[in-house]
Design a binder for this molecule. Sequence first.
Ligand SMILES: [Fe+2]
Length: 173
Amino acid sequence: MTPLTHPADIEAMMADLALSAARSPDAYLASARTTLVRILARPDLLDRTRLAAPPEGLGRNLLFGTRAISVWAMVWSPGAVTPVHDHHCSCCFGLLSGSLRETWYRPISDSHAVATRDAVREPGYVACMMPSGPNLHRIANDGPEPAISIHVYGYDHRERASSVHRTYAVAAG
Ligand SMILES: [Fe+2]
């Protein structure tokens, strides 16, 4: 299979980042942020024509995976939206193209959460957090164009289906 990325550059960055996952949480998050900023600054590193981009919903494209991290390119069709969720692992992402609305929530039980704030993320935006966050959020593409984001999660994609710990229904604030 032809790789989705320019292997000499982007895989070296990701391999370095995977090694840094054994460092302290703050050191790892700083490395993840630096790596994402570098990737976003070099859009040529990713062959967008080879990314799964469904007409509806979210296309998940694995770029790199080790026991420590998994790196995905997510293609968001217009109208794509995640459930409200938190993570069992570190979660870092950066926006490559398009725009995404990120809404944050406060849990009021194990099953329900209320919205606290939201923001529209633009290309170049990078966020990094540990699961101790708090990090309940929902991401939506409510714009007219597809969006592409790069996500770095602290889990082994061969052992777990996703980075999501729990999903929540939205309760009135
Ligand atoms: Fe998330």
